[in-house]
Design a protein around this ligand. Structure first.
Ligand code: HEM
Length: 495
């Protein structure tokens, strides 16, 4: 009898504990009435099941249909607020810039140890961003003087196209090497040969990292997944790759630069940073080796993948519409002639080519959810509270596909950026480089790279799908960037 009583008690206690735990989990998972709306979170998993879908982009579009422009989801340890619509984005990231310009402590930012430009916040971010922008400008970012270097790089890969003799080839590897050379020539002061084994190795590593869903997925919101045995989410591998970049690639460049530094002859960004380090106290935490390595990693990572994917998209669109290639070529031949290459100063006289570039930035929209921001305070916005420490996701996708701004938004139509006089119009409506204080730091370089690539390539080659194949589908996959599924093509010489 006594035994029975004890059993019952333990059972009761267990039941009671389960009840308390479930209530706590349920209460914790409930969305406070003042937060932006969203589907009801479940205990423990919150809203993970609402977004852990094959097509994340479509999942967010569907949630917007049901809950409106500002949605909150309980994902792992965070409230994540998705902000849609051009006006809302402008208001939140420009008017509320003081509360929305930090980064949250997510896995993706741990790769650069929360240092450098992309991952840092507060005073450190201001130091790194201001210094990087000013020195990158000194070394040619957005300047005509840097143009010849970009053009040289494009000519190199056009020559490489020649070696395939009209056979199909994979575009991504070539385009990534070429574009990372633009960043390399400013940061480490030299370009690398396409077949340089060390450089290829690191460009491939970057590709490997970008292709793992771990960076954009659940690992960010549920830190405990990082500790699971067997590395099912690829966290350990990614951290290994990041360390390899820091220690072996950029680390060696830094060592070499330090040994050969001549303060009267600043060769590149690393030299400029080393000189800056000498001007501050040794205890200064903003200008250190780690910060420098993180900034270079930022520029290499952000500056290669985004522009390269944008150019891949451009080739997909061009292969799907030969008329666009013909119209671009016609415009360049009429304005620039055949005796020289087009330059940025020709841009205003080449409105159709420029419209193709702008439409590529819009529809390619390679970073459709920008990068996560952090709410550093409770933010009162559109009748809701975005709670302190919420992760804010700027849904740039909602702008690229705003049917009011861009009717038939899923089609590639450069003419939408030309007015009745054939002049460029409406380009300020696109937000593919994000906005506010964190707006892309490499926008001017990216614009130059894409403009030149899209003028030179169709000028001298026809771009076609592999023999016997239809043009690739205008369909993408979301990893760190939103990239086309197929990227094989043939480059047929026009001469
Ligand atoms: C088509 C090309 C590109 C696109 C579409 C693009 C887009 C973006 C976007 C959406 C962000 C996030 C802004 C935010 O946090 O809200 C960003 C940040 C950034 N981008 Fe780009 N980007 C491109 C090319 C480049 C290039 C060429 C570089 C450098 C060489 C670069 C360097 C950066 C850096 C350093 C940041 C972090 C800025 C900060 O946190 O303050 N990007 N970019």
């Amino acid at each position: 009898m006594i035994v029975f009583w004890i059993d019952m008690s333990l059972f009761d206690i267990l039941l009671f504990l389960i009840f308390v735990l479930s209530s706590v989990l349920w209460l914790r998972s409930r969305r406070p009435a003042s937060y932006p709306p969203g589907p009801t979170p479940l205990p423990i998993i919150g809203n993970l099941h609402n977004v852990a879908k094959k097509d994340f982009m479509q999942a967010i579009r569907d949630l917007r249909q049901n809950y409106g422009d500002i949605i909150s989801l309980s994902l792992g340890s965070y409230w994540v607020v998705f902000v849609n619509g051009s006006e809302n984005l402008r208001e939140l990231f420009v008017k509320h810039a003081n509360e929305t310009s930090d980064r949250p402590p997510l896995f993706i930012f741990k790769l650069v140890k929360n240092k450098g430009v992309i991952a840092s916040s507060g005073p450190n971010w201001k130091h790194q961003r201001t210094f990087a922008l000013s020195k990158l400008r000194d070394f040619g970012f957005g300047k005509r003087s840097f143009e010849s270097s970009i053009l040289e790089e494009i000519e190199n890969f056009l020559n490489l196209f020649e070696s395939f003799k009209g056979k199909s080839f994979d575009l991504p590897g070539i385009i990534r090497t070429s574009l990372s050379n633009n960043v390399m020539s400013i940061t480490v002061g030299r370009r690398f040969q396409y077949d340089d084994p060390k450089f290829r190795y690191f460009v491939n590593l970057l590709d490997e990292v970008n292709n793992t869903a771990a960076l954009s997925g659940a690992l960010n919101f549920i830190p405990i997944l990082e500790k699971l045995p067997g590395d099912p989410f690829g966290a350990k591998r990614i951290l290994e790759v990041a360390n390899e970049f820091f220690d072996n690639f950029f680390g060696e460049e830094l060592k070499e630069h330090r040994e050969t530094l001549d303060e009267n002859n600043i060769r590149d960004f690393i030299d400029a940073y080393l000189v800056q380090m000498k001007t501050v106290e040794p205890s200064n935490e903003y200008y250190t080796d780690e910060q420098l390595l993180s900034v270079i990693a930022d520029l290499f990572g952000a500056g290669t993948e985004t522009s390269a994917t944008t150019i891949e998209w451009a080739f997909v669109y061009l292969m799907n519409d030969m008329d666009i290639q013909i119209k671009m070529r016609q415009e360049i031949d009429d304005i620039v002639g055949t005796g020289r290459l087009p330059t940025m100063s020709d841009k205003h006289n080449l409105p159709y080519c420029e419209a193709v570039v702008i439409e590529t930035f819009r529809l390619g929209n390679v970073v459709p959810f920008s990068l996560p921001h952090n709410a550093s305070e409770d933010i009162y916005f559109k009748g809701y509270i975005i709670p302190k420490n919420a992760v804010i996701m700027p849904c740039l996708d909602s702008v690229a596909h705003d049917e009011n701004l861009f009717p038939d938004s899923h089609s590639f139509k450069p003419d939408r950026f030309l007015d009745e006089n054939g002049k460029i119009c409406g380009q300020d409506k696109i937000l593919s480089f994000s906005l506010g204080r964190r707006v892309c730091l490499g926008e001017s370089l990216a614009r130059m790279e894409v403009f030149h690539t899209l003028q030179l390539c169709p000028k001298v080659r026809n771009f076609l799908p592999p023999e016997g194949e239809s043009p690739p589908p205008v369909k993408g996959q979301l990893g760190v960037t939103y990239s086309p599924e197929v990227s094989k093509l043939r480059a047929i010489s026009l001469t």
